[in-house]
Design a protein around this ligand. Sequence first.
Ligand SMILES: [Fe+2]
Ligand SMILES: [Fe+2]
Length: 542
Amino acid sequence: MSKDQVFYLRQNVQLEPLIDHWYAWPHLIPPATAARNITERHLKIMDSYINGPQIHAAAVKNPKLLGGPFIDLGGKRVDEIRALREKIKRDRAHLLELSAAIQSLDVMLRENAKGFSLQPLYQKVPGILRGYVELAYDLNNHPSFRIVEPLLYRSKYYDRSQQSLMLSSITNDDRPFMLSTPRLESGDSLHLRVSFDDSVVDELFRLKTEPKSWEEIREMAQVIPEQEELMRSFLTTEAPPRYEPYTGSGVRWRYFGHACILIESQGASMLFDPVLSYTYDSSISRYTYLDLPESIDYVLITHDHQDHVLMETLLQIRHKVKNIIVPRSGGGQLQDPSLKLILENCGFKNVTEINEMEEIHAGNLHITGLPFFGEHADLDIKSKLAWLVKMGERSLLFAADSCNIEPRLYEHLHGHIGDVDALFLGMECDGAPLTWLYGPLVTQRIERVMDESRRLSGSNYEQGMHIVDCFNCKEAYIYAMGQEPWLNYIMSIKYTDQSRPIMESNRLIQACQSKGIVAERLFGEKEILMENEPVPALCTVG
Ligand SMILES: [Fe+2]
Ligand SMILES: [Fe+2]
């Protein structure tokens, strides 16, 4: 190796951001939701594995139990899971206390807050929460509390030292389900103990396109002698192909899988809900990290579900992103943590919160945040928006998992925004029940039948068709269905032709086509060029 030789990070080097060795999804960042997930999800799953590893090994092979609370380690490595459990109990003792305090606060309010002044109850708030929560009633005397989130992030309850990055080579789409399997160290993974806000993260992923010498890389990543050989295996002297930005006069959009779409128009770029595949051989063609521009003007997030806010992708593109636009949260509700605070505490700059019907203007680009109903199990969650993008005469609506549970909303919206050229709509209408995602935050038993009735479901045929009709869409694309295999570790979805989301979206596509509306369910990759005049889709690939 000559001294002047420079190296790139290989395109198939995978980064898993971890907290306590668990995959860092958004609810593991805010202290309160992290505390609840540690005690009610992580410790319970680890206890269960230690008691019956073979039950887990069998369960992960059962398609009916996909996405369940089972560790995917083939029934092995029980001692390591036991050691991890003890380490978490020791290192995160204060978060275990915080979780218990949240539970006690809920119980105290249920027992004591009966419509009279809440002022005397501040004395009964568990000590460690005092000063971090304000108590309130709704207008019908239902008590609750709000967390002063910015203050809690500044306390010992937000501990960056438990964050780390696991680097390894990825060669296919198979990965253990992120909510259920902790990531253990192994001989082919490099565990870097750096927090997510560390500039090393940016330097490391810049290496995929800007090479450095071995000495620079070794110093930057603090590689110790025992890790040198592994780190070298992640490097290559081969430069990646250069990205060719769109320079036409219209709009080009590209579908990267699920809800991730890149739009380029007249030098501006926007990336929605970034969830990207790495580059490796596969029978399913796809755009990957290689297909991103050098800089991205706007990243837009629709809502705080882990298939739409993927820290793994966001961290790797952070150095390219000029602005991140997110929906504003309700302001302190346990179930609705602030996306702005999550991202800022992970080192993102220029994060802007948008309210319903609020707009951003840049040249002839107009972005509006539209109300997004449903898909959150009827919990009071505000951090969700559909995005209307207008570029010149073109308008595209990214509705993500919006569930049209109230058709009048879209009738009101049409009166305000008019027709929309292209609609992008998720139709995952058989969503998981409330407790699958929010269970650790719930502090009283919820009956199964009640749980089953409150789902994270998107629009069905009738609901979706009403949106298409309401906005007189010329094109309708079904997306965000979790079908791409590189999302299996996030979604755990396996559809058949008889699955309701497939049947309902097929119906919608047929109904649209019979009306002369361009319609399809996106899968894998897709490119559309929208020229200025006059035909909507001049070229399609994929
Ligand atoms: Fe969702
Ligand atoms: Fe989704």
